[in-house]
Write a protein that binds this ligand. Structure first.
Ligand code: ATP
Length: 643
């Protein structure tokens, strides 16, 4: 039988190699799960296992059926082998040298050949099912995650989500695939052995079998205790790792602040605890197998004694007694493994609930039924626009818009603003005043808590999300690039863009020359997160990516603030051409960069307090004037100092 539990790996079973691999994987994942013990998991959901199993079973029915068939074959062959031994012994006693050993040898060989073929097939098929389940569950979860709104990601840490998609799903896929095999092998195998034992001799069979439920209960108890103790060891181990990690990563700070002794002390305390817990764990593990073996041996001894008497009085054949003893010993493996498998299913319930809980989260922002219907009609009518509405954005209006990320903590209050297409709107104001929130609302990453945001006079909730968001180009303060070539990063904004379009986008933002200076030009590989490029290089590439699909609205949130002056100069030069005729919202702390904006909105604590172009606001001598003067003076002082 296949075994995923380290405690129940049986030496000499036909599939120890696969078991060992599973056991190692299981330990790794369990460690990760235990290390997350303190995390919030989604509330337990009724029937989570049933739903998830059904989700896995439906698209992979064929593989499941093959595994069940192979498991049943293995169980039946394994149970029948001992009957061949019984027949040989009985014939030997009855026929002596007349026995046809060749016949039995051939039968035995044939059965073993089928058995081995079944094992080979199920290792392949179950492994395939496990990886297909992993793939399809990860795909579904990933697709679902991509459909969720920003607010969901505000509340759930990236690490937590990654664990769901990686280790939880890996564990579930493995438990479902190998668990199906084990249960459909183990349970029929146990039933077959029980039946044969009772048929061979009802009285002895019942006496021996009466001891087995007790064995299962004791094994379960041991399993639970070993598991608890292993968890304690692992938790202490992760604390130790964290202390080690912090001490090494912060070695400079520790040295400067003379904290080495305290760090050592903390390490010593946890090390001593780990030593104690490991000893206890070893004690339990080392007692488990001898105890179980002793238990089985007692049961076999009782069987041998009672069966021996029956052989002597002639009510039982010698072959039956041999078969009896062999079956009794064989019972231990499937019983331990089935109980272990059930315990593992139970332990995986938390993973299942978390994954099902994740799949159940509804996106807070999605197309309404009305919009979805419009999209169906538009598709039927062959419209160019996904929802059949206006293609061109001619006006944007914030009508009494208020917003709060958290209840009772308003970030934006009664914000009113209207603009025609093609204008450059600058948003200025102190940190935390609500500038990014305004553009997040505009791109419908969040929706107003009250009020309306209108596009061409229509509440934007009456347009499809796909249409609206495909009309935006966004450049953020911290550019994010994906692993791949520079060209593929630019193309991310328009997947079907030709090489010429990629180059034209780069040229439009003055990034072409800089890219050509890189070792492999447009084919230069970007490492994870763009770590091998400077912030300026990354920003220029993300700028090209934002404009390659020629968005109607361009948002730049502090896009030039983290780049060096030379790159900023390059960006500013290209900005004029890129912004011309395009509606753009520019957030900038450096006011000199937004002087040319058509309209400047001064935001303070979520309210629009001043509005107008640079000259009008300077003439007004209000908040903007004050901010500008202050920055101007600071910049002048800085330039005098560098001269
Ligand atoms: N995702 C979020 N969840 C909860 N609160 C948030 C979130 N994003 C922003 N806030 C809060 O909303 C307020 C406005 O933030 P916002 O980012 O819009 O300000 P900002 O003017 O763009 O600031 P900065 O100039 O520093 O970027 C702040 O108090 C901020 O802490």
């Amino acid at each position: 039988m296949m075994n995923t539990q380290d405690q129940t790996v049986q030496a000499g079973s036909a599939n120890d190699a696969a078991s060992a691999q599973q056991s190692a994987d299981s330990q790794m994942e369990e460690m990760q799960i235990d290390n997350r013990a303190a995390e919030n998991s989604t509330p337990a959901q009724k029937g989570a296992w049933k739903r998830l199993f059904w989700m896995c079973y439906q698209p992979h029915k064929k593989l499941f059926h093959k595994i069940i068939f192979l498991a049943l074959c293995c169980a039946m062959i394994e149970a029948s082998l001992t009957l061949v031994t019984k027949a040989v012994v009985d014939d030997m006693v009855a026929l002596g040298p007349e026995i046809n050993l060749q016949k039995y040898a051939l039968l035995y060989l044939a059965m073993i050949a089928v058995f081995v073929s079944c094992i080979r097939a199920f290792i392949r098929i179950t492994g395939r099912l496990s990886s297909e389940l992993m793939y399809s569950l990860r795909k579904q979860t990933f697709e679902h995650l991509q459909s969720l709104s920003f607010s969901f990601f505000d509340k759930n840490a990236v690490g937590w989500l990654l664990s769901r998609v990686t280790s939880d799903i890996a564990r579930i896929a493995r438990v479902i695939a190998w668990g199906t095999l084990d249960l459909f092998w183990g349970v029929p195998f146990i039933i077959a052995i029980f039946t044969v034992l009772l048929v061979l001799d009802l009285k002895v069979g019942l006496t021996v079998l009466a001891l087995f439920p007790l064995l299962v209960a004791v094994a379960w108890l041991f399993n639970t205790k070993i598991l608890k103790s292993s968890r304690k060891v692992r938790r202490t181990n992760s604390r130790l790792t964290a202390i080690y990690n912090e001490s090494i990563a912060g070695i400079q700070t520790s040295k400067v602040l003379n904290r080495e002794q305290e760090n050592l002390q903390a390490f010593k305390v946890d090390s001593a605890m780990m030593h104690k817990q490991s000893k206890h764990n070893l004690l339990l593990t080392s007692a488990f197998y001898p105890f179980i073996n002793l238990f089985i041996s007692v049961a076999i001894g009782v069987g041998l004694w009672l069966g021996g008497i029956e052989v002597l009085v002639g009510t039982l054949t010698l072959g039956s007694l041999v078969a009896f003893m062999t079956y009794a010993r064989m019972l231990m493996d499937p019983m331990l493994e089935v109980s272990g498998k059930l315990a593992e299913l139970q332990r995986t319930t938390a993973c299942v609930e978390r994954v099902v809980g994740l799949l159940d989260v509804e996106p807070e922002i999605s197309d309404s039924h009305y919009v979805r219907q419009k999209m169906v009609n538009a598709m039927a009518a062959g419209s160019n626009v996904i929802d059949g509405g206006d293609e061109t954005i001619s006006s944007i209006e914030f009508n009494d818009v208020s917003f709060a990320y958290k209840q009772n903590e308003p970030v934006l209050s009664s914000f009113n603003f209207k603009t025609e297409a093609g204008k450059t709107i600058a948003l200025v104001g102190a940190t935390g005043s609500g500038k990014s929130t305004i553009v997040n609302l505009l791109a419908r990453f969040y929706e107003p808590t009250s009020g309306e945001l209108k596009i061409n006079g229509l509440d934007y909730r009456q347009r499809s999300l796909a249409w609206l968001q495909s009309n935006f180009g966004i450049v953020l303060q911290t550019p994010f690039l994906f692993t791949g070539s520079v060209a593929s990063n630019i193309r991310y904004g328009k997947l079907d863009a030709s090489d010429e379009e990629v180059i034209a986008a780069a040229k439009a933002v003055n990034a072409h020359e800089l890219i050509m200076k890189m070792e492999h030009g447009y084919q230069t590989q970007v490492q994870e997160g763009g770590n091998n490029l400077s912030t300026g290089q990354k920003q220029l590439i993300s700028f090209a990516r934002a404009i390659i699909h020629n968005p109607q609205i361009l948002i730049m949130d502090e896009a030039t603030s983290s780049v060096d002056t030379q790159t900023e100069h390059l960006l500013q030069q290209s900005l004029k051409a890129v912004l011309k005729g395009r509606t753009s919202f520019v957030i900038a702390h450096r006011l000199s960069t937004i002087r040319a904006a058509d309209e400047i909105l001064v935001i303070d604590k979520g309210e629009l307090i001043e509005q107008g172009d640079h000259q009008a606001l300077m003439n007004k001598q209000g908040v903007y004037y004050g901010l500008y003067q202050k920055q101007f003076q600071t910049e002048q002082q800085a330039s005098l100092l560098t001269q």
